[in-house]
Design a protein around this ligand. Structure first.
Ligand SMILES: NC(=O)c1ccc[n+]([C@@H]2O[C@H](COP(=O)([O-])OP(=O)(O)OC[C@H]3O[C@@H](n4cnc5c(N)ncnc54)[C@H](OP(=O)(O)O)[C@@H]3O)[C@@H](O)[C@H]2O)c1
Length: 250
């Protein structure tokens, strides 16, 4: 079933990882996808070529979502090329680490792309959404909003901010735009699996401690994202859906 046929969908941070999985899924479901990336031009172009080979329509857009001027430029370009926007997925994000002492840079380095970036993109998308009868915004939060993150407190804070944005924009943009979030657990994306602490023992222990005995796969999150951004979810708004194999629960 091609639930996103004819839709124009912008996915931030789509050069790899979850964003690329969402771009693939949306494309397979009929969307014309915009792959937004910051620095991985090669990844974005390879993904675009892959999707085009499969017969899909795709555009790539370089933009640092943490920068207001870059976000303005991004949405001006979307307007120029597409003249409309049906779906915005605020996926771009970084993890950061736990700094010693007071280091405001460590906070800004995570909060700016993760929370400010999602806020700026949503604000910039509103005039485009106003041209359509329907629109969808999806934020990518995390189950660390429940567990906290000893590794990166700013990361957990940024992902909690996205839940507040989800509820706030669900109210502000109703009735014609639905705004939801996905909150994945630990995913086996390349960037996670390349971490030095991802030893075979740690991988086994993550699977063992998950009731469904596996990592959260980006493809599973992408399927959930497609559902939430489709007409099937037209009466769902302000909701955050955990997808983590039951590892932690609301
Ligand atoms: N991996 C997990 O276990 C997990 C769990 C829960 C939630 N999440 C969330 O899921 C999302 C994707 O995670 P991932 O593991 O797929 O990450 P990833 O592989 O590190 O990819 C991150 C993507 O975000 C882009 N990006 C980062 N900063 C950006 C900025 N300032 N402007 C524009 N793009 C930017 C990167 O683009 P460039 O490469 O071009 O810089 C890249 O495409 C993130 O929001 C993350 O917090 C991840």
């Amino acid at each position: 079933m091609r639930r996103l046929e004819g839709k124009f969908a912008l996915v931030t941070g789509a050069s790899r990882g979850l964003g690329a999985a969402i771009a693939r899924q949306f494309s397979a479901e009929g969307a014309h996808v915009g792959v937004v990336y910051r620095s991985s031009a090669k990844g974005a172009q390879e993904l675009a070529a892959e999707l085009e080979r499969a017969g899909a329509k795709v555009d790539t857009f370089p933009a640092d979502v943490a920068e207001a001027s870059a976000v303005r430029g991004l949405f001006d370009e979307v307007d120029r090329r597409w003249r409309r926007l049906d779906i915005l997925v605020n996926n771009a994000g970084v993890t950061g680490s736990s700094p010693q002492g007071i280091d405001p840079g460590a906070w800004d380095d995570v909060l700016n792309p993760n929370a400010r970036g999602a806020y700026l993109c949503t604000q910039a998308a509103i005039p485009l959404f106003q041209r359509n009868p329907k629109g969808k915004v999806l934020f990518v939060s995390s189950d660390v909003v429940i567990t906290g993150s000893a590794r990166s407190p700013p990361y957990a804070a940024s992902k909690a901010a996205l839940l507040a944005l989800t509820k706030s924009y669900a109210l502000q943009l109703a009735p014609h735009v639905q705004v939801n979030a996905v909150a994945p657990g630990f995913m086996d994306t390349e960037s996670i699996m390349a971490r030095p602490d991802m030893t075979p023992q740690k991988i086994a222990s993550i699977k063992e401690s998950t009731p469904l005995r596996d990592f959260t796969h980006p493809q599973e999150v992408a399927k959930l994202a497609a559902f939430l951004c489709s007409a099937e979810a037209d009466f769902i708004t302000g909701e955050a859906v955990l997808i983590n194999g039951g590892r932690v629960l609301w």
